[in-house]
Design a protein around this ligand. Structure first.
Ligand code: ATP
Length: 454
C-alpha cells in the first residue's frame, strides 16, 4: 500500500524541481511577464518563506547562538576604492568566448569542461590552446572567438553626474562590507580574538551564461563570515569552522553522503588563499560547489590599511602585541543552499498504487507547518470548528494554511508537494469528541489527537 522508492529519491531531475517550484509558488523566472531577464529569479509566497527559514537558521546558528560573532548589514553600493583595493576591478573576471556565427557568448572554461577536459585553473592562453587543439565548438557547433577576460561586476554611477569619480558597482560579494567595518566593530566592542563578523545580503555577478535554475544567477544572496584570528592559530579555527559548516548542513537536512569536501589545490586557489576547502553537493546537475571555506590570510585588511591609510592592527588586550588579524571565511550562497534543500527533500513514492510527489523538508524549514481543513466545506458547523483550530495553531506557529479546496485526497497531494509536515482535518466526530485527525506527510499515517493537545 505504501512504498518509498528509495532509488528514485536520489535521482532527482532538475526539471522536476523547477516545475514544482513554479507550479506551487516557490520560484518564478524574474520579469516573466516581459519574457524574463536571464539570471534573475523571483521568490513566490512559499519560496520566500523557505529562503527566510534557511537564512534565519544560519543567523541563529552562526551568530545568535555564539558569543564570538557580530552581525553587520552594509550598503550594497560602496566607494569604488573598495573594489580597486580588493582586486575586483582588475581580476574579478571570467574567460569569455563568442560563437562567431550567432554572437552568443559563453564561459570558455565551461565549454572546455562540457567537452570532457579539465578546465580548472587554466589561463586564457591555455584555454585557447585547448579549444583549438581539441576543436571545441559552441553548443550549436560553430567556431569560437579567442578567449578574453570579462569583468563580472555590474557597473553603475552614483549621483546626477556620470563620470570616472561617480563609478560604483553592485557588490559581487558581501565580504568587503565586513572588512570595511572591521575597525568600527573592534573600536565599539573590542572583542577577544578569535571573533567573527557575519553578514547576509544580495550580491550581483554578471555571469556570462547563467544556468541550471538558481545555481548560477546574476543576482543572488550570500551569507558570509569573516573570522578574525591570530596568524599562528588559523588552523584550529579553520578546522572548527569546517565542523560547524557540516553541522549547519545537517540542520538543512542534506544527507551526509551527498556532501563532499574538496581540498582546492594551490594552482586553483585565489592567490591570497593559503587553504580553501570547497564543500560540494550532489545536485541534480552533478557534483558542484555549494559553499567555500577559505583562509584569506591578512590580504584584505592589509590592502585596506595600505589604500585607506587607516591602521587595521589589532592589539592583544593587556599587551603590546599588535598585528593585522588573519581571516577564515565561510562563504555560503543562499540559492545553492535552497537548491540543495529542494533537491534532497524532493521525493517520489507510491500510495495506494498512485505516484506521489512530496518535499520531505525538515520541519523547521517547511514553509507551511500545518494545513487545517474542514472535511466538507459546505457544512458550516465543520467550517466553524476548523476555523477555531486554525486560529489556535496560527497563533502558536504562524505558518499555518487554511485549505478547503477540492476533496481531501487532493488537499493531501497539494500539501505533500509543498512539504507541509502535518494536515489537520476536522470531521463530524470532532464535533462530538473535540479531537482532530492529523495526517503525517512522510508516512501518510493518520492519528486522532485532542484539540487541547495540539
Ligand atoms: P563558482 O566557481 O561556482 O562560480 P565561486 O567560486 O565563484 O563559484 P565564490 O566566489 O566562492 O564562488 O562565492 C561563494 C558562494 O557564493 C559560492 O559557493 C556559491 O554558493 C555562491 N555563488 C557564487 N556565484 C553564484 C552565482 N552566480 N549564483 C548563485 N550563487 C553563487
Amino acid at each position: 500500500m505504501f512504498a518509498i522508492l528509495t532509488m528514485m529519491e536520489r535521482e532527482v531531475k532538475l526539471e522536476n524541481i523547477v516545475s514544482l517550484a513554479k507550479r506551487r509558488g516557490f520560484m518564478y523566472q524574474g520579469s516573466e511577464v516581459y519574457g524574463g531577464l536571464s539570471g534573475t529569479w523571483d521568490y513566490g509566497p512559499l519560496g520566500v518563506t523557505l529562503k527566510r527559514n534557511i537564512m534565519n537558521l544560519w543567523w541563529n546558528y552562526f551568530v545568535d547562538a555564539r558569543d564570538d560573532m557580530y552581525g553587520v548589514d552594509a550598503a550594497i553600493l560602496m566607494n569604488q576604492k573598495v573594489w580597486q583595493a580588493s582586486g575586483h576591478v582588475d581580476t574579478f573576471t571570467d574567460p569569455l568566448v563568442e560563437d562567431l556565427k550567432t554572437n552568443q557568448r559563453y564561459r570558455a572554461d565551461h565549454l572546455v569542461k562540457d567537452a570532457g577536459f579539465e578546465a580548472e585553473g587554466l589561463t586564457n592562453e591555455e584555454l585557447n590552446e585547448l579549444i583549438i587543439e581539441k576543436e571545441i565548438k559552441s553548443p550549436v557547433g560553430n567556431e569560437l572567438s579567442p578567449v578574453r577576460t570579462f569583468n563580472m561586476m555590474f557597473q553603475t554611477t552614483v549621483g546626477p553626474v556620470a563620470d570616472e569619480k561617480s563609478i560604483s558597482y553592485l557588490r559581487p560579494e558581501t565580504a568587503q562590507g565586513v572588512f570595511t567595518n572591521y575597525k568600527n566593530v573592534v573600536d565599539n566592542f573590542y572583542p577577544d580574538l578569535p571573533f567573527g563578523i557575519a553578514q547576509q545580503g544580495k550580491a550581483f555577478r554578471n555571469e556570462i551564461s547563467p544556468r541550471d535554475f538558481v545555481f548560477r544567477s546574476r543576482e543572488f544572496e550570500m551569507m558570509e563570515i569573516e573570522y578574525f584570528v591570530h596568524p599562528d592559530k588559523w588552523e584550529e579555527s579553520f578546522e572548527a569552522l569546517l565542523k560547524d559548516v557540516h553541522e549547519f548542513l545537517d540542520m538543512l537536512g542534506l544527507p551526509q553522503d551527498m556532501v563532499h569536501e574538496l581540498e582546492v589545490p594551490e594552482n586553483d586557489r585565489a592567490h591570497y588563499s593559503k587553504r580553501t576547502v570547497d564543500i560540494e553537493f550532489d545536485f541534480p546537475i552533478g557534483r558542484e560547489e555549494l559553499l567555500g571555506l577559505a583562509y584569506r590570510t591578512d590580504f584584505d585588511l592589509k590592502n585596506i590599511q595600505v589604500n585607506s591609510g587607516k591602521n587595521m592592527e589589532y592589539t592583544i588586550k593587556g599587551t603590546n602585541e599588535k598585528f593585522i588579524p588573519h581571516v577564515i571565511e565561510p562563504s555560503f550562497g543562499v540559492e545553492r543552499a535552497l537548491m540543495a534543500v529542494l533537491s534532497s527533500a524532493y521525493t517520489e513514492d507510491e500510495v495506494n498504487g498512485e505516484k506521489r510527489i512530496f518535499l520531505k523538508f525538515p520541519e523547521h524549514l517547511a514553509p507551511v507547518k500545518y494545513a487545517v481543513s474542514p472535511l466538507l466545506k459546505n457544512k458550516p458547523e465543520l467550517v466553524a470548528k476548523a476555523r477555531e483550530v486554525y486560529d489556535i495553531l496560527k497563533k502558536k506557529h504562524g505558518n499555518v494554511m487554511w485549505d478547503d479546496n477540492g476533496n481531501i485526497g487532493k488537499r493531501y497531494r497539494r500539501q505533500d508537494e509543498i512539504g507541509t509536515p502535518y494536515c489537520v482535518v476536522i470531521d463530524f466526530e470532532t464535533l462530538e469528541d473535540n479531537a482532530v485527525t492529523i495526517r503525517e506527510r512522510d508516512t501518510t499515517e493518520q492519528k486522532r489527537v485532542a484539540i487541547q493537545e495540539l
